[in-house]
Design a protein around this ligand. Structure first.
Ligand code: 2P0
Length: 321
């Protein structure tokens, strides 16, 4: 039996998904559009040690009491594999876990890639998307490089790169304002919003228009148009969260300060925009020639824990088998 190691990177949605249409299949209620990074890495190794009694998952060096969120993709792969031996999954993230930095997307993309290889299931790209979604609604996007569109039409999923990283090499500056684990998981938050936010229905119904405008902007490489629609969509999602009962508010004072800095830079004509996910971190997207200046503006901001600069990059891949 062979062991396999895969890596994947986080992806950040420019047009977000927040809400599920089908909880058991973990199907997003809307399409999304994201960029996959080339820094911050999840690495997963699947192996078959002798005398392992049951499937075991070690995350960041800590043995997990259950397979939890990865149970469904593991079950799916196991069912179609001819290999029926307990496996050991060892996953590590070289960046904060469950803090709004898309560790579940990169973690699960690396996991399904490593499992597919170790269990010799030889899934098609479409099957990989479907398995990844079982683990996390955003994970399928980390299977792909560059600008990635996850299209959801009812229960049908389609995920693909719409523009490669080197075709429009934008930079991403991740401003980490807290490394704490979030108190409300995305999964819980989405369900709370779906059942309590008075604007949830509008969020879902108007979403496709945002996707269309963002795709047009990406195809035309129109930075201003992409930034405008991405910021609007991000703020709409956070409004859905904040109008939920209880209100979901992931922002902290440094989050607000980062956003203000981005808006000030925009007023000076600097090509930057922000996006924020289910956590307090601010991701700043910019043209490469201004990234140094943006970094030096942000480095002086009180309350920031760290700043990570990234290019856009590749999808999940096997690095060792
Ligand atoms: C996104 N987020 O599109 C949105 C924006 C966070 C805010 O997808 O329950 O980790 O595992 O499917 O995919 C985060 O949610 O949630 C997410 P599950 P997931 O990136």
């Amino acid at each position: 039996m062979k062991s396999s190691t895969a890596i994947a990177h986080p992806n950040f949605a420019l047009i977000k998904y927040w809400g599920k249409s089908n909880i058991s299949g973990n199907i997003p209620a809307m399409s999304s559009l994201a960029i996959t990074l080339n820094t911050m890495t999840s690495e997963t190794t699947v192996s078959f040690p002798n005398n392992l009694e049951q499937d075991t998952w070690i995350l960041n060096g800590v043995e997990q009491t259950s397979l939890g969120q990865i149970q469904s993709p593991c079950d799916y792969l196991k069912k179609i594999s001819l290999i029926n031996q307990p496996y050991l999954i060892e996953s590590t993230n070289n960046f904060p876990t469950a803090a709004g930095l898309a560790s579940s997307a990169s973690g699960i993309a690396s996991l399904v890639t490593a499992l597919d290889s170790a269990l010799e299931t030889k899934l098609s790209s479409q099957q990989m998307v479907e398995v990844a979604i079982l683990g996390s609604g955003s994970a399928a996007r980390s299977l792909f490089s560059g600008f990635v569109h996850l299209e959801v039409i009812e229960d049908n999923l389609k995920c693909a790169t719409i523009l490669e990283a080197d075709e429009w090499p934008l930079n991403v500056i991740v401003c980490v304002t807290s490394t704490n684990r979030k108190t409300i998981s995305s999964r819980q938050g989405m369900e709370i919003s779906k059942t309590t936010s008075p604007i949830y229905k509008d969020w879902v119904n108007n979403h496709q228009e945002d996707i269309k405008l963002a795709i047009q902007a990406i195809e035309a490489k129109n930075f201003h148009q992409l930034g405008k629609i991405a910021e609007q969509n991000c703020l709409k999602m956070h409004k859905v969260m904040k109008t939920s009962q209880p209100p979901i508010d992931y922002w902290n004072p440094a989050t607000y300060a980062c956003v203000k800095n981005v808006k000030d830079m925009q007023k000076k004509g600097i090509p930057v925009f922000f996006t924020i996910d289910a956590g307090p971190q601010v991701k700043i997207i910019c043209e490469p020639d201004v990234s140094k200046d943006v970094m030096s503006v942000m480095e002086n901001l009180p309350g920031l824990k760290s700043i990570i600069k990234s290019n856009l990059g590749r999808g999940a891949r096997i690095i060792h088998e």
